[in-house]
Write a protein that binds this ligand. Structure first.
Ligand SMILES: [Zn+2]
Length: 219
């Protein structure tokens, strides 16, 4: 079972609005923020915010429960690359303001990260088609782990979804900006990092564990 178990279902009226937008030759992904889509965006936000239990789909941090400022509708396959999936229910979720800003900056700078392995005419129906941890197809905790605020991938040799998500959403942004804080570590942290380094067969997990250990010791 994936993190999001039920996709959003649009009303007849909403489907009519979507059809009108899709049939309009001048409609582009840049029109997503238009006033005419305000109610639809609000409906999507509230639906997925409830279903995701108020957690960001990528970093799992808390979303705003009432306000719109820290709960943004996200297109998992970027709308700038695949505008045909802009209203696809399985392409939608909600994310926090920081994850959204990172994705938005990429879009503005025309540096959007493609999350699909290859082009599809219809929206893919399998986890394997996506590079990113996809909340409608994947279980976040199977691919990622949070260790003292630091995100670590649980990738095996076949898949790189965890590492890709850390990279695409800049999940370790706090550490790249502020570095490590000495007080967040304890002996338990040291032992846990050492255990991961010794026990894991995965090179990325081992590398992350080694980096953690170095930081704990140097602090
Ligand atoms: Zn987030």
């Amino acid at each position: 079972m994936a993190d999001i178990k039920e996709k959003i279902i649009f009303s007849k009226q909403q489907l009519q609005l979507i059809a009108t937008k899709k049939n309009c030759s001048s409609f582009s992904y840049k029109d997503w923020g238009d006033d005419s889509l305000l109610d639809l965006r609000c409906y999507i936000r509230n639906y997925y915010r409830n279903l995701q239990k108020g957690e960001c789909a990528f970093c799992k941090k808390d979303l705003s429960i009432v306000a719109v400022g820290n709960a943004h509708v996200e297109h998992i396959v970027p709308k700038s690359i695949y505008p045909q999936f802009i209203f696809e229910p399985k392409n939608l979720c909600v994310i926090c303001a920081d994850c959204n800003q990172i994705k938005r900056d990429q879009e503005i700078n025309k540096n959007t990260t493609n999350t699909l392995k290859k082009e599809f005419i219809k929206y893919p129906r399998s986890s394997k088609s996506f590079l990113i941890v996809h909340p409608h197809f994947d279980v976040w905790h199977n691919h990622l782990e949070k260790f003292n605020g630091f995100f670590i991938s649980k990738d095996d040799h076949k898949e790189r979804k965890g590492s890709f998500t850390i990279y695409a959403c800049g999940l370790n942004r706090k550490f790249s900006k502020f570095g490590y804080e000495k007080e967040i570590y304890s002996d338990n942290d040291l032992m846990e990092a050492a255990r991961k380094l010794i026990e894991s067969d995965d090179i990325i997990t081992r590398f992350n564990a080694l980096t953690n250990l170095k930081n704990i010791i140097n602090n």
